[in-house]
Design a binder for this molecule. Structure first.
Ligand code: 6R9
Length: 658
């Protein structure tokens, strides 16, 4: 289907949806965009005053004097946890359910706003009792739980900067992050439970700390999840519940400046080690709340469910901060979508009467497969009538998956918000607003009001609609990345490159706008970053992990290839320190290498395909021909000119994937 044909298929929100939405109709959307265009600072200041509670009101809005190190609302003070908890209670929501937690095995625990505040305060006091104070970093390595959310909120309460590390990362990755942040404490659990299986968390923390370089860590606080035996180091490790039990359930919030770093979150770039994306308190929280209100249209009686893990930015913004800042009720789910069967999501929507559901295309695609093979796990076998709005995030959603989601999950009545954004942007950047924007499957449609997204060429010149180019944001916005922790230079180089005279934020994605509607479609990363099941990974990180298997590997190159379920798949081309293996031997070595990558980075980075060659295809000047590798990975017949290849014979070897 051509883009024009796709775009002719507009899905309109129903009159009822439009009538009740926070942003009601396209005129309202355009009016907000206009307001932002006419008075940019005034627009954001109004939102910041209306949505957040400030201890000291700000008098300055945007400070561009040290661009690209922008500052927002700098002289205002506030506390993120006060905004998410106390003020809801002050507004009479103390007995309202804040979190409905469903464990892997199906047990349900609920906490009200008052209970969540009490827990948060006890955790905050526990941290304080260990000497953790404002500006300290705390690494949180925990699975989805009320404790995880409370631990993040507790850090925010005392002005400590949290850095959550996804529970699927290896000891090595965890160590790297602990070292880079200089964390003074780690909060973890004994185990996590996924798909019926307990997996170590504390054991991995022990291993990470044992690898060295984490000398700043004084304490490890452990949440009891399974109660199975773990090692506790005398004087360093403490059970969080024991320490918290004797603490008061109130804790005066630490009022911090709007620019105070709320959190660091590591993400992959095209070069080097993962970067610690630093977010602010005021600007970040504003966009978390505003997008939850406008994009998700969150209302008092909604049950909101974002299926992301708190180890990713989506879990930060749309579990820990956005919905709580608005006093919403949300689901926190520990398990996986396919356990005990692939109907789990649909059953949970039915059981908890979920009204807003936000998930990733990769989950949808795998559930489509399962549903088509088995009626019992098809959405039609569940009562999903509570749903009123659906969302998608993490990667482009292909039109076929969009249509299936719309029809089978949303009953053809729920708008789908296909939200484009990044760890660095803090919240939604390009997305439909459910009661306004006509939807087109596969397009994230139009910029959020106040976001100056544009498509330019290599020199920074605007490209006309209908022509692809580089996605940039022309003006700073409140929830943008402030810097890369400890590396201002890398921040400037990565996001404000000289190519655009340092003026535009470079997203790292390619995009195209439809000639008629001006709608954006994201065409994928333009750097060496892969997106596998919505998880970002640098090809260089995986290459380094492979070559760190020094007894076996001489050289490695990693590229992505399209995959029906995971969006993209990791393909590794490996030269061993011995002749290229074939058959069973190749299979065995491939397994060994996968396990090695799993240990170095985490299971999510394990290559799906491994191809062995006695060499890699290189130009005569010695450059690896990555474009050729991508073609081989896709299984395409090679049409590229290979005459400049140093060693054309290896193309045959690389034809076989293990
Ligand atoms: C929130 C999140 C960011 C990268 C981004 C882009 C891709 C995210 C998308 C999308 C197309 C969407 N991406 N949402 N592509 N349509 N709706 O995912 O953050 O993990 O930092 O990934 O994901 O390539 O640059 P993060």
């Amino acid at each position: 289907m051509s883009q024009a044909e796709t775009q002719s298929k507009l899905y309109l929100p129903s009159d009822a949806v439009v009538a009740s939405a926070h942003v009601s109709g396209m005129d309202a959307y355009h009016a907000l965009c206009k307001e932002a265009e006419t008075d940019y600072e005034g627009f954001w200041a109004r939102q910041a005053r209306e949505l957040l509670s400030w201890k000291t009101p700000f008098t300055t809005v945007l400070d561009e004097s040290n661009a690209p190190f922008f500052k927002w609302f700098e002289d205002g003070t506030l506390n993120a946890s006060y905004n998410c908890l106390d003020r809801n209670i002050e507004r009479g929501l103390g007995d309202k359910t804040a979190i409905i937690f469903e464990a892997d095995g199906g047990e349900v625990t609920k906490v009200t706003y008052s209970e969540l505040l009490a827990k948060t305060c006890q955790y905050a006091n526990a941290l304080k009792s260990l000497g953790v104070t404002k500006g300290d970093r705390v690494v949180i390595y925990i699975s989805m739980s009320i404790d995880g959310v409370a631990a993040m909120q507790a850090c925010a309460r005392i002005g400590a900067t949290h850095s959550v590390v996804f529970g699927g990362f290896s000891a090595q990755s965890l160590r790297d992050r602990i070292e880079d942040t200089g964390a003074v404490a780690v909060i973890t659990a004994d185990h996590q439970v996924r798909g019926g299986k307990p997996l170590a968390l504390k054991g991995i923390v022990d291993e990470a700390l044992g690898l060295g370089g984490c000398d700043a860590v004084k304490n490890v606080l452990v949440v009891k999840r399974t109660g199975s035996p773990i090692n506790m180091v005398e004087g360093r490790d403490l059970w969080l519940a024991d320490l918290a039990a004797s603490q008061p359930t109130t804790c005066e919030p630490e009022w911090v400046g709007a620019e105070h770093p709320l959190f660091l979150l590591y993400t992959s770039g095209s070069t080097g080690k993962p970067k610690g994306v630093q977010h602010s308190t005021g600007g970040y929280l504003l966009h978390a709340a505003l997008t939850t209100q406008w994009t998700f249209d969150l209302k008092a009686d909604d049950v909101f469910w974002c299926t992301a893990d708190i180890g990713w930015v989506t879990g930060h913004t749309y579990i820990t901060y956005g919905p709580l800042a608005l006093g919403g009720t949300e689901i926190v789910f520990e398990g996986v979508p396919t356990y005990p069967d692939a109907g789990r999501f649909w059953k949970m929507i039915q059981d908890h009467k979920v009204s807003i559901f936000y998930t990733a295309p990769t989950a949808i695609r795998s559930l489509i497969k399962a549903a088509e093979a088995n009626d019992a796990v098809h959405p039609k076998s569940y009562d999903l009538s509570s749903l009123r709005l659906l969302g998608s995030v993490g990667e482009p959603i292909n039109p076929a998956a969009w249509e299936w989601y719309y029809k089978n999950v949303g009953g053809s009545r729920c708008p789908i918000v296909d939200t484009f954004w990044q760890t660095e942007t803090g919240g939604h950047m390009i997305t439909p607003l459910p009661g306004a924007t006509p939807m087109v499957p596969g397009s994230c449609t139009l910029p959020f009001p106040g976001i100056q997204a544009a498509i330019v060429d290599e020199t920074g010149k605007d490209v006309p609609n209908g022509q692809g180019g580089i996605l940039v944001v022309k003006r700073p916005w409140p929830s943008m990345i402030r810097t890369i922790w400890g590396d201002n230079e890398r921040f400037v180089k990565s996001y404000y490159p000289a190519d655009f005279q340092g003026k535009y934020y470079l997203a790292g994605d390619g995009a195209i706008r439809d000639a008629e509607t001006g709608y954006f479609t994201i065409t994928g990363r333009i750097d060496d970053v892969l997106n596998v099941s919505g998880h970002r990974m640098g090809t260089m990180e995986i290459e380094s992990a492979l070559v760190s298997c020094t007894e076996l590997v001489a050289e490695a190159a990693v590229v992505g290839r399209p995959d029906e379920t995971t969006g993209e798949a990791v393909c590794a081309f490996v030269v061993l320190k011995r002749p290229a293996p074939t058959g069973d031997e190749a299979k065995a070595i491939a397994k060994q290498l996968r396990d090695h990558v799993g240990k170095e980075i985490g299971p999510i980075a394990k290559p799906k395909d491994i191809r062995f060659g006695d060499n890699l295809p290189k130009t005569r000047s010695g450059k690896i021909m990555r474009r050729l590798l991508r073609s081989i990975a896709k299984g395409e017949t090679i049409t590229q000119d290979t005459s400049t290849l140093e060693n054309p014979a290896i193309l045959d070897q690389l034809g076989q994937a293990y």
